[in-house]
Write a protein that binds this ligand. Structure first.
Ligand code: SF4
Length: 311
């Protein structure tokens, strides 16, 4: 799996490992943000995962993420407003730790990541000690959001907080190391879906949506007015139409290194030797380099013009 992928809970994992059917009894496609994202990255990977329902390899990143998410769900779902001691939080980690993703790696990897999870939760607890525990109206809020007549977007929102005056705020936890800019958060299809899902569940849009990057302890929050909500149904509908049109195309990229189905994929010959994949990845790398060099050339030409030199 892509190392950036995360899944919040057991229900979402069941959905996204292909056990949840791709369409319902009325023929509506059941999509999630992860399913749309997988299709956009590579239709063939989408097919293997959600149409053929081939098993995925154990993924340490998924276990790490779901274990930390489970502890945060417990922490924010408690009925008492006081922050529990850190020892209680770490006990929850011990009890809720999901070892399944470490089945194919050395035991030292799991030990290291368990210790890392303790540190991440310790830093989160310290943050809450400073900032206080917000009032969560829901954790792991499951939604089934109809889009038009033939798509239902399903998923789970990590946390929805409420202001003292009742205004709602969506929070999605991320355990990836890479953070995002405010512009990227505002343009996130996932958060756009969550905003519409909140309105579907509670009858009103949230005031803000945020990604909480747990590892660096950074929260990137945007006002819901900054999100182009009209673009969300359009993007989902377009993805659904493309999925209905076919899921056989291969789209080789550097992410093939994390794809569970590379051994089956026609872009590769099954034993790691290149067929199409290596060439496609190299072409992508060269295109990126070419674009960067063209940008640098334009900057230099601009400076030469300013200096009155030849261009
Ligand atoms: S190996 Fe690459 S091209 Fe093939 S299915 Fe996986 S992601 Fe797609």
């Amino acid at each position: 799996m892509n190392p950036d992928d995360e899944s919040a809970d057991a229900e979402l994992r069941a959905l996204d490992d292909g056990r949840d059917p791709l369409s319902d009894a009325e023929g509506r496609l059941r999509l999630s943000f992860t399913r749309v994202d997988t299709f956009q990255r590579c239709p063939r990977q989408f097919r293997y995962q959600y149409v053929d329902r081939l098993p995925q390899r154990p993924a340490p990143a998924l276990s790490f993420g779901s274990s930390v998410h489970a502890v945060l769900e417990w922490l924010h779902d408690r009925k008492t407003p006081e922050l529990p001691p850190l020892d209680d939080v770490l006990t929850q980690l011990r009890d809720r730790w999901d070892p399944s993703g470490y089945a194919e790696v050395d035991a030292s990897v799991q030990r290291r990541e368990y210790e890392h999870a303790r540190q991440v939760l310790g830093a989160y607890h310290e943050r809450l000690t400073r900032e206080g525990l917000r009032n969560a109206v829901a954790t792991e809020a499951w939604f089934e959001l109809p889009i038009g007549d033939d798509v239902v977007v399903v998923g789970s929102i990590d946390r929805i907080d409420a202001d003292v005056d009742g205004g709602l705020h969506v929070v999605d936890y991320k355990t990836s190391r890479r953070t995002r800019t405010r512009a990227q958060v505002a343009a996130s299809l996932q958060l756009g879906i969550y905003a519409l899902a909140t309105r579907h569940l509670y009858g009103e849009l949230p005031r803000t949506v945020a990604l909480d990057f747990l590892l660096p302890g950074v929260v990137v929050r945007v006002d819901v007015a900054e999100i182009d909500l009209d673009a969300v149904p359009a993007a989902v509908t377009a993805a659904a139409a493309d999925i209905r049109a076919g899921v056989d195309d291969v789209r080789p990229s550097r992410l093939c290194d994390w794809c569970d189905y590379r051994d089956l994929c026609p872009a590769w010959d099954g034993d790691g030797e290149e067929v199409l994949g290596r060439a496609a990845i190299e072409a992508g790398r060269l295109r990126t380099r070419l674009r960067r060099e063209v940008r640098e050339l334009r900057v230099l030409e601009e400076r030469l013009r300013d200096l009155g030199g030849p261009t």
